[in-house]
Design a protein around this ligand. Structure first.
Ligand SMILES: NC(=O)CC[C@H](N)C(=O)O
Length: 360
């Protein structure tokens, strides 16, 4: 008997050590990031997912709130080979079930071979495999969370003042805090809007850039955000990261699709098609732009699988990234993206010198 069971969609039930009790379910994904567990666990993009760490020891440098990317832990549960006590206390405070002492390498291999799969989790003294199977039976597919943006967005307009003269309207579909920081660091004033903001809300801000954030779930479900992109394309420069790239592409005539298990890690190589330069990037996504349509050009591709990593339109003033140029966690190779966004706005930021060694 064990005090923790994972019921997988492929029919297996895996035993583990229970670290934080609870019963839950979600799409089982993994990250190969070997640092940044605080940033990953507080990334709203993981909403409704169960996050498995391929790196064996999670918590070896403590837990500090200043590294958090949002105000709470977003995965429905956390899985690792070993969690430290400090991480267990943090997850317990947040009410997030956690398990360890299982073969996470085997779990990651299964996800790689069979694709991201649903999982039911039951943790506690008297749990049984049937409890985990009951959770699995209730688990929705990611695309079935049709209003997932409501679970992660800001409830009201929030402004972060910069000392330059660029105004950015950022639509919060589950934005990581370091995206806002990266813009404010460069002098922009960032108005963070709810994911379902309408055209009047944006026009009232008279922004130099409309920026669509990262976020969880299927990009096709963000209908209000699609409408904003369609409304302002060609009127206001557009930028987007991860989910933002997917929504912009879809709203401008492209298509998106679900990947087998996505890209979740901090060492994904991306090549710029113009310069040929390769940068290492942080990635966390399970959907991708299958076809950018005829209004956007692919400017950067993933070296491993040729998926679209950067899109642009000079005519419409659009620049988007599938990866996370803000890092947090991961390499700073692509922080220059934020300078490019402000340059596209045609205004001057502050004298900030990008922290990155090289921009993408
Ligand atoms: N980090 C993100 O913005 C993720 C985008 C989208 N939910 C995906 O999984 O592809």
């Amino acid at each position: 008997m064990s005090d923790a069971y994972l019921a997988l969609e492929d029919g297996r039930v895996v035993e583990a050590r229970g670290r934080v009790p609870g019963r839950t379910r979600g799409e089982l994904v993994f990250t190969t990031a070997y640092t940044g567990y605080e940033e990953s666990l507080t990334d709203p993009s993981y909403e409704e997912q169960v996050l498995t760490f391929s790196y064996p020891l999670i918590g070896n440098y403590g837990v500090r709130a200043e590294r958090f990317e949002s105000d709470r832990v977003h995965p429905r549960a956390a899985v690792a080979r070993e969690f430290t006590e400090e991480v267990v206390e943090w997850l317990a405070d947040e009410g997030v079930p956690a398990v360890d002492h299982l073969d996470t390498r085997d779990l990651v291999t299964s996800i790689r071979e069979e694709g991201a799969m649903k999982v039911g989790i039951a943790v506690g003294e008297d749990v049984t495999p049937e409890d985990a199977k009951e959770e699995l039976a209730q688990c929705k597919g990611m695309s079935e969370h049709v209003d997932i943006g409501a679970q992660v967005t800001t409830t009201e307009l929030t402004t972060f003042e910069g000392d330059g003269d660029t105004t950015v309207a950022l639509v919060d579909c589950g934005a990581k805090g370091s995206i806002v920081d990266s813009l404010v660091d460069r002098g922009a004033t960032v108005h963070v809007l709810p994911y379902d903001a309408d055209a009047e809300d944006v026009s009232a801000l008279d922004p130099d850039v409309l920026f669509i954030s990262n976020g969880p779930g299927d990009p096709e479900n963000y209908t209000a955000t699609h409408d904003l992109v369609e409304e302002f394309a060609g009127e206001v420069p557009l930028a987007g990261i991860c989910l933002g790239q997917q929504i912009v592409a879809s709203a401008l005539g492209g298509t998106t699709e679900k990947m087998a298990f996505g890209h979740h890690g901090v060492n994904q190589p991306v090549r710029d098609l113009q310069t040929g330069k390769v940068v290492m990037t942080t990635q966390n996504h399970g959907y991708t732009v299958a076809d950018p349509g005829d209004k956007l050009d692919v400017t950067q591709v993933n070296v491993n699988d040729d998926t679209a990593e950067g899109l642009a339109s000079e005519e419409l003033s659009v620049i988007t990234r599938q990866y996370h140029p803000e890092a947090h966690p991961g390499p700073h190779d692509s922080l220059g993206f934020f300078d490019d966004v402000l340059a596209m706005a045609g205004t001057e930021g502050n004298e900030h010198k990008p922290r990155a060694v090289a921009s993408d």
